[in-house]
Design a protein around this ligand. Structure first.
Ligand code: UNU
Ligand code: FES
Ligand code: FE
Length: 446
């Protein structure tokens, strides 16, 4: 039997291999983690006009997000309150209402039941329409990035992001205009557990030079020296790694923001013009980050590469499968030509069939499927790299690790993962707010 309260050892920095395989672990994740966290839905640029809508998933629940007639964002479960059929099968569009395909119940863009065929004749005018609205979901947005949460007791999105919002502002506010996503998302299926790519994006600087050796060798440029871990690179101080209160984190390679873009004249020009404005707006520490390449995960299942500019959600489909959705991040104030260039390069590298995306895919699947072996699953995984070389930093919030290549943000992700898996409520989680970082033993490192 798997002990749900002992999946992660935060002292030894190990995780049970059951986290990638066990059905009970997965069921608890759906309830404790996906049921209580803010999950990425879409960007407001895809819901500009009244009546605009998109459909997406929150874990395995199908949801609809709309721009209601009063201008507010609404989200609700995509399941009719009559016999449960889904009421919308389009990925996106603009509508006045949603009409269920089964018996014709009609719902407005805020989820209210507004019309029922044969209501007078066959329901004898006795149907209580007010109590038959679609099930609503909390929806909030941060700098235009829209998230949903099933849990009424969860903190606000801003508090859930916490210090991670300070980092996100680097490019979500940037020089002032901020960023948006180019959709509709590319979609693909991978036979892996949702946490394999999440942990990879949150803090796996280590795999970059090895898994992507060939791609980086061909690409050359700032990252060429990482290929095969052979060159004289300052591997021990390439940048930083950060983890924050609720498991969000990232790794930064200094001065490598746009390194993956093989064609990048417009982007380089944009960066040169914009960095001083970011410094003025947000200060030097974030201007430095603005010029770095980031690999990131927002807990639990939303990852992105800033610089490369791919933005992803790993939708779980059982313990051993995910659907990957990928958008491209563009700076709003960039030229149209620049944006087109960014989209092409992001898709070429980390789109569904991207060069570096394909490098990662096989590792994601193998790391999951190898756990078919029950003897294999008795083992554990190690994330000790850089332990003790991390702490509170004068310029950067959270716990900051000494190099891009380390596992600080892995440790932070799995620390919060275990906290959520064990906690009965958000009150239990809030009670740890002052002490969450105590498992990082050398907090005065900097
Ligand atoms: O594969 C990655 N996550 C990555 C690739 C990160 C940084 C640079 C290149
Ligand atoms: Fe890291 Fe094999 S070397 S998983
Ligand atoms: Fe990778």
């Amino acid at each position: 039997m798997v002990d749900i309260n002992k999946l992660v050892d935060t002292k030894a920095s190990t995780q049970s291999k059951e986290v990638f395989w066990d059905q009970e672990v997965y069921d608890r994740e759906i309830k404790n983690i996906f049921g209580r966290s803010w999950l990425f839905l879409t960007h407001e640029c895809m819901l500009e006009k009244k009546g605009d809508f998109i459909t997406t998933k929150m874990a395995e629940d199908s949801v609809i997000v709309t721009r209601h007639t009063d201008g507010s964002l609404k989200a609700f479960v995509n399941s009719c309150t009559h016999r449960g059929n889904s009421i919308c099968s389009a990925d996106s569009g603009n509508t006045k209402s949603f009409v269920c395909n089964y018996h014709g119940w009609v719902f407005s863009t805020d989820g209210k039941l507004v019309d029922v065929p044969l209501r007078e004749k066959c329901y004898h005018d006795e149907l209580d329409r007010d109590s038959l609205s679609l099930k609503t979901i909390r929806v909030e947005s941060y700098r235009g990035f829209v998230f949903g949460c099933f849990d009424e007791t969860a903190p606000s999105l801003e508090d859930f992001l916490g210090d991670w919002g300070w980092y996100l502002d680097t490019w979500m506010v940037g020089a002032g205009e901020g960023a948006e996503l180019v959709g509709p998302p590319m979609k693909s299926i991978l036979k892996c557990n949702w946490k394999v790519p999440t942990e990879n994006f949150v803090g796996d600087g280590y795999h970059v030079g090895w898994t992507h050796a060939s791609a980086l060798h061909v690409l050359g440029g700032e990252l060429g020296g990482l290929a095969g871990n052979q060159a004289e690179m300052p591997f021990d101080e390439l940048g930083i790694q950060v983890t924050t209160r609720h498991g969000h984190g990232f790794g930064v390679i200094d001065n490598a923001a746009i390194a993956i873009h093989a064609k990048r004249d417009e982007y380089a020009k944009y960066m040169e013009e914009t960095i001083p404005k970011v410094a003025e707006n947000l200060g030097e520490p974030r201007a430095k980050l603005f010029n770095g390449h980031w690999n990131c995960s927002t807990f639990p299942n939303c990852s992105f590469l800033y610089g490369t500019n791919i933005f992803k959600v790993w939708h779980p489909r059982g313990p051993h499968e995910i659907e990957v959705w990928s958008w491209v991040i563009v700076h709003k104030d960039m030229s149209d030509e620049g944006k087109r260039e960014v989209v092409k390069q992001a898709v070429r590298s980390f789109g569904t069939a991207g060069t570096l995306e394909s490098d990662d895919g096989d590792n994601m699947v193998q790391s999951t499927q190898v756990n078919r072996g029950s003897y294999t699953r008795e083992g554990e995984m190690n994330s000790t790299m850089g332990q003790g070389y991390e702490g509170e930093h004068p310029d950067y919030p959270g716990i900051v690790g000494s190099s891009f290549i380390g596992e600080t943000s892995y440790r932070g992700f799995y620390r919060f993962y275990q906290e959520m898996m064990s906690a009965d409520s958000w009150d239990d989680i809030r009670a740890n707010d002052e002490h969450w970082a105590d498992c990082f033993p050398n907090k005065n490192y900097w």
